[in-house]
Ligand binder design. Structure first.
Ligand SMILES: [Zn+2]
Ligand SMILES: [Zn+2]
Length: 132
């Protein structure tokens, strides 16, 4: 009877074809002009470690400043914004949506209270009826 030994070998494995493909050519340098840092063959980016952050920041900035047209979640009117998190066309809609949500929450709470009271009354009636 033999037990498989694969678990003990899991930490080591030969370089697969896929790994070889991701390894880049030697001698690539950072894509930033004036920077001649040689990139590691394992670095998939086009920039050295110093410039890769800056490149990503520039990307984020471009995205953040892109104007897009969204539909107001309250009145449905289209509005242009550079803020991807904006959901309403105006402060008025934002406030209206907020108080509407509050009203709905209050109504739901009241309904729940009512139902609990009704259930308690029913239970009490059952208890009294059963005892009689
Ligand atoms: Zn660089
Ligand atoms: Zn609106």
């Amino acid at each position: 009877m033999s037990t498989p030994v694969t678990t003990s070998l899991n930490t080591w494995r030969p370089v697969s074809q896929a790994d070889r493909v991701t390894a880049r050519k030697r001698g690539r340098i950072c894509a930033v002009e004036g920077c001649d840092t040689i990139l590691s063959i394992y670095n998939p980016a086009r920039y050295c470690s110093v410039h890769v952050d800056e490149a990503q920041d520039a990307c984020r900035l471009r995205l953040a400043h892109a104007t897009r047209t969204l539909a107001c979640e309250h009145c449905g009117a289209p509005f242009e914004t550079r803020n991807a998190h904006r959901r309403y066309c105006s402060d008025r809609c934002r406030m209206a949506a907020f108080s509407r949500r509050k009203r709905l929450a209050q109504r739901a709470e009241r309904r729940l209270e009512q139902r609990t009271a009704e259930a308690a009354a029913r239970e009490e009636a059952q208890r009294v009826g059963g005892a009689a």
